[in-house]
Every structure is written in C-alpha cells, then in structure tokens.
Design a protein around this ligand. Structure first.
Ligand code: PAF
Length: 284
C-alpha cells in the first residue's frame, strides 16, 4: 500500500500504473460498506486508488464537520488487507487553496430530498469529486447506493461535463438487523443503535405494501411514517417516494421505478436510507 499525501505524489504514482484505475472516494472512518467498494474496484481494475478526505464544503454551518469521526491509522490498517492499493490523503489546503473559487453545481437533481434539507451539500460533493477525478483520472469510480441522490448527482455531472469515467453504484451493505452501514452510526449510543434498524423496517414495510399491489404514493409514505413514528427515539426529517430517475416526488398512482428514501434523527445521528422498487433488482 502506498500513501500519497499530496496531489503531486499521487500524480507520480498514478503515472506508473499500466491499465485501468478504479477509484473509491471516501471521507474515512471506513466500514464494511467502504471495503465492499474497494473489493469491487479491485476485482474490475488493474489498480485501485482510495481517497480519504473529510470535505468541508459539503457540510452546512450547523452540521457535524468538526465532530465527523476520523481515524487515519485505523483506516490504513483496514486497507492494508488489499495489496497494491494507493491511498490518497490530501490536506484541506491542497484541495481548497487560498483563493479557491470554482464550484460544480448540478442544478435540478441537487434540489430535492437531501439537497433541500442540506443547502449547498451537493455543490460541495460535486466540486470535491470533480477535483478528485481530475487528480486521480480513474477509468471507473465506485459509490454506495445508500447515498442514492449523491450517486444520481455524480452520474449527471459525469454526463454533463464528459468525464471519461464509468460510475459504478454498489448495493448498500447492512448489519444483520438491517441498519445500513455508515460512519455516522458511531454517534449512536447502545440504546439508539438498537432503535436504528427502524429505518430499514419502514422501507421494508412500504416495499411489502408495494409488492401486495399498493400503487398510491401517499399510502407508501404513510406506511413508512407509521413505522418510524412508533419508535420513540426516531425523529423523522422526511420520508419520500420519488421517481427513481428524476428524483421528483411522486403524487397519485405510481408507475415505473421509484426510490423510497428517508432521513431520520436518532440522538446525535442523522441517518439516511433508501430502497428502489419497480426494477428487476431490489437494492436492499
Ligand atoms: O460519500 C462520501 O463519503 C462523500 O460524499 C464523498 C463522495 C467521498 C465526497 O466527499
């Protein structure tokens, strides 16, 4: 494993690679979900670059940037299982030097769902990912489906700006009780952790109604809300039934693929989860 702390060092190592590069951008505090992205990238490419950078521009002023869990030693130990990996750990000064003034804004797809509750979030994500793509120059890049809107925004950016990169969405990795793995799960107390699978239960309840023939968007939202509201530790931020492609909120009778999604606060953690219905594949 080679660790590159600067853009220059990464470029030197990148230049030595013959063949396809798979890229896994992360904010560190790795878990099995990240390792699954690395496994996929390793299986499909000749070399893999993993970046670890807690990106300040995707956090709002009242969000958890300073509290976000960080442990580089632990991350590197987890990645040491992979041979021939390049780990890129740039500084904030390298990614956002003084007088930085160029941002990438994916207009419509960034507006609803997480974008509505976290103004500026996807501008920060698209900007840092575009810069990382320019530095790493991968052939493929790997993102988890847990962040469904992020994945849609990145796919749109890559299409719009003609990045020669294939974006690979990787199914959400869950704990045995259904909780989607997330670095923010580390905020949960044991009691909150026991309550947290309520998100997946709510998604599964809506899926069961859909599979039983329910096609009314509001009925599915009500099903998810009812399950979430029965959990005293859960504070619902939003539940959504949206068109899977456009992420526009569905009204009335559903047709085509839909994305069920939600954000729920449990203690200090704001957790998100989703599930896609109406396609051949169920992402859960
Ligand atoms: O999904 C994440 O961890 C981050 O949003 C990403 C893609 C690494 C950009 O900072």
């Amino acid at each position: 494993m080679i660790v590159c702390q600067t853009i220059e060092a990464l470029r030197l190592e990148r230049a030595k690679i013959v063949g396809a590069v798979g890229f896994v951008p992360t904010m560190g505090y790795l878990h099995e979900g990240h390792l699954e992205l690395v496994r996929r990238a390793a299986a499909e490419n000749d070399a893999v670059v993993v970046s670890i950078f807690v990106n300040p521009t995707q956090f709002g002023p009242n969000e958890d940037f300073s509290a976000y869990p960080r442990d580089l030693e632990r991350d590197l130990a987890m990645l040491s299982a992979f041979p021939e990996l390049i780990v890129f750990t740039p500084s904030a000064e390298a990614m956002y030097p003084q007088d930085f003034q160029t941002y990438v804004q994916v207009e419509r797809l960034s507006q609803g769902l997480e974008g509505e509750r976290r103004p500026g979030h996807f501008r920060g994500v698209a900007t840092v990912v575009a810069k990382l793509f320019n530095i790493v120059q991968p052939q493929r890049a790997y993102f988890g489906q847990k962040d469904a809107q992020q994945l849609a925004v990145i796919r749109q950016m890559v299409r719009d700006l003609a990045f020669p990169i294939a974006i690979v969405g990787v199914p959400t990795v869950r704990a045995a009780d259904g909780l989607a793995l997330s670095s923010r799960n580390s905020y949960l107390t044991p009691e909150e952790r026991a309550a947290a699978p309520v998100l997946y239960r709510a998604l599964c309840a809506a899926r069961a109604r859909y599979e039983a023939g329910e096609r009314d968007a509001e009925a599915l939202r009500a099903t998810m809300r009812a399950v979430l509201e029965a959990e005293p530790l859960a504070q619902v931020d939003y539940v959504s039934v949206a068109e899977a492609e456009t992420l526009r909120e569905c009204e009335g009778t559903l047709s085509g693929a839909v994305l069920l999604s939600m954000a729920v606060r449990i203690g200090r953690a704001r957790l998100i989860d989703n599930l896609t219905l109406g396609t051949d594949r169920h992402f859960c």
